[in-house]
Design a protein around this ligand. Structure first.
Ligand SMILES: Cc1cc2nc3c(=O)[nH]c(=O)nc-3n(C[C@H](O)[C@H](O)[C@H](O)COP(=O)(O)O)c2cc1C
Length: 171
């Protein structure tokens, strides 16, 4: 029988890799957060730091790395969209997390009433008005007020766990 991997531990000041791996123990869905800038150019990036925040008012949050090239556009846009990906959209997730990709040129999308790009065939879409931006270390926490949400109950989610894409497994 192969030896079991030992439990690993991070303490403040020790290596960031272990902390990243510990955080990767939290399985998530995958989203692409999109907006247009003041010139109407589309921006978007893959994000799994998505969470619901409040029902009344309806708020959600995503954490955006300060260094991401689309961070300025996203943090300034009056509206943005959170596209929750389904299993067939793994290529879009890879494209929207890879530098120097033609992200929108090769992904089918449409424009929402608020102007934010919506990826076709997503599992769910949340169209948001910017509500607040809070500092969070090397990320900014972008809070949106949901003005419209839609979802397809027939699709399964794309998942992310321990640095790999996964699918739901019903045992
Ligand atoms: C599954 C997955 C989840 C990610 N989640 C986030 C996130 O929550 N916040 C973030 O800023 N970057 C996240 N990233 C990294 C960004 O997608 C990536 O760094 C970004 O697309 C680089 O954008 P830029 O080329 O516009 O700088 C994630 C990447 C992957 C593959």
């Amino acid at each position: 029988m192969p030896a079991e991997a030992p439990t690993r531990e991070y303490r403040s000041g020790s290596d960031q890799r272990t902390l990243r791996d510990a955080l990767g123990s939290f399985a998530t869905g995958v989203t692409v957060v999109t907006c247009v800038d003041s010139l109407g150019l589309p921006f978007g990036l893959t994000v799994n730091s998505f969470t619901s925040v409040s029902l009344d008012p309806p708020l959600l949050a995503v954490c955006i790395a300060r260094g991401a090239s689309c961070a300025p556009a996203l943090l300034e846009a009056p509206h943005f969209a959170v596209n929750v990906l389904q299993t067939g959209q793994q290529p879009a997730s890879i494209r929207f997390s890879t530098r120097d990709e033609d992200r929108f040129g090769t992904t089918p999308w449409s424009t929402s009433e608020t102007g934010a790009p919506l990826l076709m065939d997503s599992l769910a879409v949340f169209e948001c008005e910017r509500h607040a931006v809070h500092e969070g270390g090397d990320h900014d926490i972008l809070i949106g007020e949901v003005v419209r949400a839609s979802f397809d109950p027939n699709l399964d989610p794309l998942l992310y766990f321990r640095g790999s894409y996964r699918r739901l497994h019903f045992g």
